[in-house]
Design a protein around this ligand. Sequence first.
Ligand SMILES: Cc1ncc(C[n+]2csc(CCOP(=O)(O)OP(=O)(O)O)c2C)c(N)n1
Ligand code: SF4
Ligand SMILES: [Mg+2]
Length: 435
Amino acid sequence: MTVTIAAPYRNDTPYPFCPGCGHGSILDKLDEALQRLALDPEDVVIVSDIGCAGLSDQYFATSAFHGLHGRSITYATGIKLARPELTVIVIMGDGGTGIGGAHLINAARRNVGITVLVFNNLNFGMTGGQHSTTTPEGAVTSTTPGGNLEHPLDICATVGVNGAGYTYRGTSFDADLAARIAEAITHPGFALLDIWELCTAYFVPANKATRRSMEATIDGLGFARGVLMDRAVEDYGTAYRAAAAALPSRSAPTTIPIEFTAPLDAPVALLVAGSAGAKVRSAARLVGEAGIRSGLWVTQRDDYPVTVKTGHSISEVMLSPTPMAPMGGAVPDVAVVVSEDGLRKARGVVGRMQPGGLVVTIPELASLETAAEKVIVDPAAAPGRIAKAALALVLLTIAARRRHLVSVEALRAAAAGPFAAENLAAIEAGVALSP
Ligand SMILES: Cc1ncc(C[n+]2csc(CCOP(=O)(O)OP(=O)(O)O)c2C)c(N)n1
Ligand code: SF4
Ligand SMILES: [Mg+2]
């Protein structure tokens, strides 16, 4: 909403800055720019962080957000994305700009529609005049008593090369500063003004700095002044909302019907141990869904290495007639061991299984040590060839039948989906191989 504002955006409280500090001059120019634009003060958010520059928001009758040093751009980004109709203006010192340097680059690269005013007084004013990322080479500060050895950061070039829509470099003395601030605010993309100014408490006495010497330093560094970039860019929020609107609407979650019964009257902990990439988790999930279709409570807990296509893949499924917490590394009642990778990981718990337990595995792993009943299944004895990726479901079908965990009908019903044919073939192979 645009309204006509007669009164300044400043409130009546005097600034707290040292005499001659450039911060007050820039804030006066910001006030003038806001008056030119006649925005509703409530729709303007001044976002600041720490340092003398960070004291600024309280002298304005606008909305405000004040946060941690160097992070004002992140808050401003969030505010602008959530409330695109607001005018979001960041005020930060050169200290905050360096501390939050990555935020600056990312906001420029995304072209978030905020305006950043860098109050660049070439040092950490509030904490005693330490050097910052913009302190010129040779400048004397409390941390560079022999002269700064570092080259100063070119803020405008940094954000410009990373995609900013609008950049300006000038000083707090510039007669057109209010006009440039207003221009930056109306730019739809990321806009930044690098405004050089004097810290009269520290930088000025240590470097005999004046307006002229400051301008000479800018020119001597080869840093251009004035509007350096003004290009048409779409702000990130607009592009984001358009992309979100173009996404297909999400289909509602489907409910798994309870259509079978399970004979279980006590919880059963089922372990599937195989190799990553061999459909261990999806086979375990299918048995879990068959359990849900049979009215059981089911949890599944998976474990696999960060290198997802090598090493082990373990799934622990709890099937229970009453709600149960997921098992985690517990000794299972029933284990299906599909490969050497799985056995390596599960050898400990399988070895601790009791005589009442059941282990279903393949001939190559027949020597695994356990007190549980061992069922060795030879996939070569199946009527058709069993793919490596189908083996977990074949062995699970055998285990499910032998211990009456879920019915074959429930397994078949859970097999629906994009891999229905492969899953059904594996279930039928399991039925054929059941001892
Ligand atoms: C993350 C973090 N580091 C350091 C500080 C300590 N600190 C408070 S003010 C300040 C210097 C502020 O310098 P600048 O951002 O340039 O603002 P100025 O005071 O010069 O206006 C520092 C380093 C802090 N508050 N937070
Ligand atoms: S210490 Fe420097 S930056 Fe802070 S108010 Fe004083 S002159 Fe301004
Ligand atoms: Mg500073």
